[in-house]
Design a protein around this ligand. Structure first.
Ligand SMILES: C[S@@+](CC[C@H](N)C(=O)[O-])C[C@H]1O[C@@H](n2cnc3c(N)ncnc32)[C@H](O)[C@@H]1O
Length: 253
């Protein structure tokens, strides 16, 4: 698998491209799911593992109240995470195969699960989730799109300025082959240097997995979870009809 440049030499762009505040509403949804499941009282601390935690933009919203561990394939992304939330334990590893030798109250995979490209990838990842959860533990898997909410030709753009650089980016999502289980996200970065005023244009293509609600629920059930789908309003409607965010929630049997 080719590592997208965003998670490699361009990882320094991550805090500019998708800052932690963009993750706040979705983090609130996760917190609510965890707190409701455990009937959490003020001051109770639960252990939480995020697989594919990237720069910690979700975990930063949980780290004060939960004991958080972050796993990711990318060292530079975990370095971003450590800078942002030093109290989070960071571990380099692949969500399909990592075995930490400990269990957690909750395990979640947010947008990083988009990088699971086949049924085999997803099933291996769900096995990883299952072995890291305590009995009755909670798992939440939140792909950006499911087959039902996918928007072919979806476009987004944004920009940020820091002392050293100005970043403008465009993202374009499309499905070149609707008969397979993947789609492509093309990111274009325009990076303007504050000193030289020169603009560099970089194209970064990401291949992502696309599965139906039924596939997610079946595979979670097979991995040993009592699985359900939840819809949440995270302030960012997806899908052709502006559908809410779909999450897959599992209780370890
Ligand atoms: C969109 S970023 C995640 C951002 C993260 N939700 C945050 O809060 O900053 C996707 C992440 O998935 C990670 N990733 C992709 N494939 C992976 C794998 N097989 N195992 C672990 N991490 C993976 C990438 O390295 C990248 O950091």
């Amino acid at each position: 698998m080719t590592v997208p440049r965003l998670y490699d030499d361009l990882a320094y762009l991550w805090p500019m491209l998708s800052p932690p505040e963009h993750y706040e509403a979705e983090a609130e949804v996760l917190i609510d799911l965890i707190d409701r499941h455990f009937k959490r009282a003020e001051g109770d601390r639960y252990s939480v593992l995020e697989l594919g935690a990237g720069g910690g933009h979700t975990l930063v919203h949980l780290a004060d109240d939960y004991d958080c561990t972050a796993v990711d394939l990318s060292e530079p992304m975990l370095a971003n995470c450590k800078r942002l939330v030093p109290q989070v334990q960071t571990i380099v590893g692949d969500m399909r195969s990592i075995r930490l030798g400990e269990t957690f109250d909750a395990v979640f995979i947010h947008d990083a699960v988009d990088y699971m490209l086949s049924e085999d990838d997803v099933r291996r990842t769900l096995d990883t989730v299952a072995v890291h959860l305590k009995p009755d533990g909670l798992c939440v898997v939140a792909p950006t799109y499911t087959r039902e909410t996918f928007i072919d030709g979806d476009v987004a753009d944004d920009g940020t300025t820091t002392d050293n650089a100005e970043l403008t980016y465009f993202s374009y999502v499309h499905d070149p082959d609707p008969t397979d289980d993947t789609f492509e996200m093309i990111l274009l970065y325009l990076i303007r240097d504050a000193q030289t005023r020169g603009v560099e244009v970089i194209e970064d293509r990401h291949t992502c997995g696309l599965f139906s609600n039924e596939q997610w629920l079946t595979w979670m059930g097979d991995a040993g979870f009592e699985a359900r789908q939840e819809e949440a309003d995270a302030g960012d409607p997806r899908g052709p009809g502006g559908e809410p965010w779909s999450l897959f929630v599992g209780i370890r049997k």
